[in-house]
Every structure is written in structure tokens, then in C-alpha cells.
Design a protein around this ligand. Structure first.
Ligand code: C5P
Length: 312
């Protein structure tokens, strides 16, 4: 692959159709049975050559751009530096993020930008890094970054980074209701542990068995059956997200009242996800949610879609 002068990568957000949370490990992570599902709602990251010696510079556009950190903590910047270090080159690049995924919303938007930056810089710098190596670098960046590279539907074990692609038929239709303000993922995991301690269950790996993927859920995905999928959606972080943000219950209720097949908190929240029976159903749930006053905005979308891909 030869180096390019401008590369744009499109990358999907995710919803967890099953988020089974096991015990707290000694390294501060939880073992998961995490079924990731990539949706068309996504960001775009454009890489152009940077000023030699200046390293990574970042820009961001979109309604939530002001909430995106443009310093070294941004996963896109960390991804560019990690890829450059792996190849022993200077990480001089400008990354422009067109942000559509809710920020700190439980849809892995920061992780998506990290995955997109890996793919964009790889093409810009003409590196041709093999996918297994990109997946390893992605896992160093964060638990959800490998899935954003892969897309589709996949089971994530370990802390979510050990991926196995899952068979799926057809297209499912979703609505995402964006809340005002984000939730911190570590805070939601901590609240999950606190609720388990308070219930007397305990929170450690010695007390909480690692969950397994649901056979009914996997069958619903393989069959392309939204009604069966609606019956098997689960999120072990939902109680914790609702404990930290009780008003989310009103949003979940409003979506169900508008005809959604199922409602759940997306990942660590606060975005709420609604499964619809078809595209028209998703549009009408999104309209009702927008009018309900229980969320800042609601978007109809679909999936599964591929992971981070060069589009221009
Ligand atoms: O891997 P990532 O940086 O995205 O994780 C953010 C935080 O979420 C971790 O520091 C940890 O507090 C929590 N987490 C967890 N168990 C996981 C994944 C994330 O406790 N499997």
C-alpha cells in the first residue's frame, strides 16, 4: 500500500444486545459475556498529513463536538501514536472527527474513533498492518476498540476484547435516545459492584460466575427474528445506570409506549436503545421519543454494519 494525502474512515457505534457482567477481577476489569452489535449510526475520521515534528493534532465537528477532549487523552490521538510507535515512525498527522455517536453515551464512541484512527493512519502512512496486529493494538487502547474494527455482531469474552464473530441474518431496526450529559463507564461498573455488595451477593470473581452467552439470543440473531431478539435482550449494567440516573426509566417507558418491541440501556448508558419491528416502526418510535421530552434527541438506525472502513 502506498501513502496517501487524505483518508476518510467510517466507523460504527455499538449496542450490547447482551451485556453479562461477571465478577470484579484483580486488575480492576470485569469478565464479560458481551454480545456487540454494530449500528449504522457512526462517526467519520479523516486523516491528513501533519506538520513534521508536531505529532498528532485533532479537530472535531458535530453537535456534541464541545464535549470531545482534543488533548492526548482522546483515543484517536492515542491510536495514531500507538500505531506509529509500533512501526517506529513519527506520528505526524491531523485527525478530523465528524462526531455523530453520543459522547460518553454507552455506545463506544471514543473507542470507535480509536479504531477509525488506526485504520485511517495505516492507510495514510501506507503501512498495510495485518488485521490481527491492528486488533492487538486496539485491545491495548480499550476493551471496546477491537469490536469497532470488526463490526457486525460478535461475542466479546475476557474484558470484551477477545472476539468471536457471530452469525446473523438480515437487518434489525433500532432507535437510540440520547440523554443530556454522559455517564462514566468506570462509575457505572463501580455502581454495579456496589449494588451487588449491598444485595449480599458480593462483587468479586470468587462470588460472581462469569456469564455465558444466551442461546436464545444467539438463535434470534441467526434467524433474523426481531421479536425473539426483543425477548432475549439483557444488560447487567442497566440497574447500575438507572441507579445513577433514575430518569432513564421514563425514557425506556416512553419508547415501549410508542410501540418498541424492547427497551434497554445501551452499554453503561445513558443512551437508551429500542428495538423496532421494521424501519417504519423505528421512525415512529424515534418521533414519539423526540416529542416525549424524556431525551435530548432520538435517532432511528439499523444494523449490523461492518467495522471501521476506508470510504474516501
Ligand atoms: O477498557 P476501557 O478503557 O474501555 O474500560 C474503561 C473502564 O471500564 C475500566 O477502567 C473499568 O473501570 C471498566 N471496565 C470494567 N470491565 C470491563 C471493561 C471496562 O470494569 N470488562
Amino acid at each position: 500500500m502506498t501513502a496517501k494525502i487524505r483518508v476518510t474512515v467510517r466507523v460504527p457505534a455499538k449496542v450490547n444486545v447482551q451485556l453479562g457482567v461477571g465478577g470484579l477481577r484483580a486488575d480492576g476489569f470485569h469478565d464479560l459475556a458481551n454480545v456487540f452489535f454494530a449500528v449504522a449510526l457512526g462517526d467519520e475520521v479523516t486523516a491528513t498529513p501533519g506538520t513534521p515534528g508536531r505529532g498528532v493534532t485533532l479537530g472535531c465537528t458535530g453537535p456534541d463536538a464541545h464535549q470531545v477532549p482534543l488533548d492526548d487523552s482522546n483515543l484517536a490521538a492515542r491510536a495514531a501514536r500507538l500505531l506509529a510507535a509500533h512501526h517506529g515512525i513519527e506520528p505526524d498527522v491531523h485527525l478530523e472527527i465528524a462526531k455523530a455517536i453520543p459522547v460518553a453515551g454507552g455506545m463506544a464512541g471514543g473507542s470507535a474513533d480509536g479504531a477509525a484512527a488506526l485504520v485511517a493512519c495505516d492507510a495514510l502512512w501506507g503501512l498495510d498492518t495485518p488485521l490481527p496486529v491492528l486488533l492487538e493494538l486496539a485491545a491495548e487502547l480499550g476493551s471496546d476498540v477491537p469490536f469497532a474494527l470488526l463490526g457486525g455482531v460478535a461475542l466479546g469474552r475476557g474484558r470484551g476484547e477477545l472476539l468471536e464473530e457471530l452469525p446473523v441474518t438480515g437487518t434489525f431496526h433500532w432507535v437510540f435516545a440520547v440523554a443530556d450529559g454522559g455517564l462514566s463507564t468506570p462509575a457505572v461498573f463501580r455502581e454495579c459492584d456496589r449494588l451487588r455488595e449491598a444485595a449480599g451477593t458480593g462483587a468479586g470473581v470468587d462470588r460472581v460466575p462469569t456469564p455465558d452467552p444466551s442461546a436464545a439470543l444467539l438463535a434470534a440473531l441467526a434467524a433474523g427474528d426481531p421479536v425473539a431478539l426483543a425477548e432475549s435482550l439483557t444488560n447487567d449494567l442497566q440497574a447500575a445506570a438507572l441507579s445513577l440516573r433514575p430518569a432513564l426509566a421514563d425514557c425506556l417507558e416512553a419508547g415501549l409506549a410508542a410501540g418498541a418491541l424492547a427497551a434497554l440501556v445501551s452499554g453503561s448508558g445513558p443512551t437508551c436503545a429500542f428495538l423496532a419491528k421494521d424501519a417504519a416502526g423505528a421512525e415512529s418510535v424515534a418521533e414519539a421519543l423526540t416529542a416525549s421530552g424524556t431525551c435530548r434527541a432520538a435517532h432511528a438506525t439499523h444494523g449490523p454494519v461492518p467495522g471501521a472502513r476506508v470510504t474516501g
